[in-house]
Ligand binder design. Structure first.
Ligand SMILES: Nc1ncnc2c1ncn2[C@@H]1O[C@H](COP(=O)(O)OP(=O)(O)OP(=O)(O)O)[C@@H](O)[C@H]1O
Length: 259
């Protein structure tokens, strides 16, 4: 991490075009140490494009992205060394065992593995008896625990999670939330995308709502609900007389389903 740096991530004036299509428009936000920042938006809003730009996988047309103090265009290797990305479960080879996957990624990042440290890792991710199981044979929740561990194996200051709990049952989701919160406690900055307003309310310190490529608002979930509680549009979409973050989200982004 760059000395004197106070942000895990700083995105300023980010623009992404696919041909002539303007997918991300002047996006700006930051993620601080010990903060979980949620990027929310309807389908096609530009969340994954923004995350891909931060990962260094997408050549954006204008803007500045700084990871742990390193500009990703000027110092791409240093910037990328400071990011951990949770890969989709399909990115791992289903035939490899949990232990083989841990050894493989530890090797990639130069993290030493001993018999004892391997046992400790398996215990930490609640897979003590599953070290020899093939990745493809794990449940969705178990796969997510492995992939979250792999994302943070090199203790990166910034952790990127693209819809980390999609498809998980309530128990597995809660367990993953606790693991994400543990990263916050250790001072990592976490940037996650989610379609779950419940998740955003439960774990995110701040959220940015993105729509049609633009960030339309950034605040804490509580402050957003407070700010829009008496807004007639929010009240009109609310159900059972209680205003939730989802009501605010739908009122701000419109009710129409995106193509
Ligand atoms: N490689 C590409 N080529 C052309 N258009 C693309 C490409 N990738 C994304 N887009 C378009 O850019 C827009 C933003 O897509 P993006 O995947 O970033 O949205 P998202 O917010 O992550 O959506 P979702 O919630 O559905 O995952 C969409 O209109 C999408 O169709």
């Amino acid at each position: 991490m760059h000395e004197g740096n106070t942000h895990m991530l700083q995105v300023e004036g980010l623009n992404v075009f696919y041909g002539s299509f303007h997918a991300v428009r002047d996006v700006a936000f930051d993620v601080r140490p010990g903060e979980i920042f949620g990027l929310l938006g309807p389908n096609g809003a530009g969340k994954t494009s923004t995350l891909s730009a931060v990962e260094g996988l997408l050549n954006f047309q204008s803007g500045t992205i700084t990871v742990a103090g390193y500009n990703i265009k000027n110092e791409p290797l240093k910037a990328r060394a400071n990011v951990g990305v949770q890969l989709q479960s399909t990115s791992f080879q289903a035939e490899l065992s949990v232990t083989e996957i841990i050894r493989l990624y530890a090797g990639v990042h130069g993290v030493p593995v001993t018999k004892q440290s391997l046992q400790d890792v398996l215990a930490a991710i609640n897979l003590v008896d599953s070290g020899n199981k093939k990745y493809g044979e794990l449940s969705g929740g178990q796969q997510q625990r492995v992939s979250l561990y792999i994302a943070t194996i090199h203790q990166p200051p910034l952790v990127l999670l693209d819809e980390p709990t999609t498809g998980l049952d309530p128990q597995s989701r809660r367990q993953l939330w606790e693991r994400i919160e543990a990263l916050r406690e250790k001072g990592h900055g976490v940037l996650l995308t989610t379609h779950s307003m419940e998740e955003a309310e439960a774990v995110c310190d701040r959220i940015g709502i993105i729509d049609h490529g633009r960030v339309i608002i950034i605040d804490t979930p509580q402050a957003l609900i407070e700010q829009y509680r008496n807004d007639p549009e929010v009240i009109s979409v609310s159900r059972r007389g209680k205003v939730t973050l989802e009501d605010v989200f739908i009122a701000l982004t419109g009710r129409a389903v995106r193509a």
